[in-house]
Design a protein around this ligand. Sequence first.
Ligand code: HEM
Length: 180
Amino acid sequence: MKGVIFLKLEEFVDETFGDMAWDNILNIADVASDGAYTSIALYDDEEFFSIVKTLCEEHGLKMKEAQFAFGQWIHDKLIAIAPKDVHQITDTFTFLRAVNDVIHIEVMKIHPDAILPEFIFLEETETKLLMEYKSPRGLCYFCEGIINALINRLHENISVRQIECVHEGDARCVFELIKQ
Ligand code: HEM
């Protein structure tokens, strides 16, 4: 996983749990890089999961809650580094297509070593979107947190839930978004 995500995770942890929280977690998680992350370098995914697992243990969170909260928090930071023209998109369904077809493609051009999720759009009407989240990392809860914050930023009244999830024994992860 790219260093930028670890640096954002550090910011999130310190902002949410206090200045000492990150150092404390790193001491316990004992990750290979010792936490010396730089933005464009690539680190083992194991380090990310080990840090989030320790965060959960130290602060009494479930994996799902921690990843969702980090996803919600990181949304604004990702928007800040996104190509400027995506700021003109005012609806969630169009934005999610742009993430898959433009934003993450641009990320891959600049960082060919990144591993980005693929969104497969299964069904779309005026009021409903079914979207499969596909990634070897299984970060669907993190993804759900980002989508939740995206909906809030665009001031849309949309409910989002997973109707299938690999962590619940299903073969894939599918999000259902319903416009109220
Ligand atoms: C707002 C909707 C977005 C959603 C739902 C989304 C979803 C995700 C998810 C779930 C991941 C984790 C990797 C995985 O699951 O395999 C990820 C990684 C990433 N995303 Fe997005 N993303 C969004 C917007 C953006 C934007 C605006 C940017 C900015 C250019 C961005 C840049 C990245 C980068 C750099 C990574 C890390 C890749 C790596 O570590 O290899 N994303 N995204």
